[in-house]
Ligand binder design. Structure first.
Ligand code: THU
Length: 140
């Protein structure tokens, strides 16, 4: 098991945020997702003029990883440079991330200021039924 470099992962999230397409909200978000095998997948938010079709940075990163054959991710960093304080993932992203991340998977998020929040998927999304369903191999 290699060492988890959350600082490096957060820097990758900050870089991913520079690619955000956010002309409507002007709120850029970047995410860097670490797969179990050490590969990092990044994503940014991609907005749409039909607002409900916007894709969050976290789900963008996740689907990039799954599309490359990864099924298990151990950490995610989320950068929102247009907010000073840390901004956590939205409810939809918590649900979707939990499909492929265990409750103990690490989450770090931060804005443009110095504060960082370090937490876990389980803390952000408690009482999740999927982890019970997985006992029945629903993902195979
Ligand atoms: N957004 C994300 O990409 N991730 C989050 O965790 C919070 C919200 C995006 C969606 C939208 O493009 C913009 O930020 C404002 O909500």
């Amino acid at each position: 098991m290699y060492e988890l470099d959350l600082d490096g992962l957060f820097q990758e999230a900050q870089r991913a945020a520079t690619f955000a397409y956010a002309p409507y909200s002007k709120f850029r978000v970047g995410a860097a997702l670490l797969a179990e095998d050490g590969t990092v997948y990044t994503g940014c938010n991609v907005e749409n003029r039909s607002f409900g079709l916007t894709i969050c940075a976290e789900r963008n990163a996740l689907v990039q990883g799954v599309a490359q054959g990864r099924r298990s991710f151990i950490a995610i960093a989320i950068a929102s440079p247009d907010a000073v304080e840390p901004v956590g993932p939205c409810g939809a992203c918590r649900q979707v991330l939990s499909e492929f991340m265990a409750p103990q998977a690490q989450v770090r998020f931060g804005g443009s200021g110095p504060e960082r929040v370090d937490t876990t998927i389980g803390a952000l999304y408690p009482y999740d039924s999927l982890h019970d369903l997985l006992a029945f191999n629903v993902r195979d």
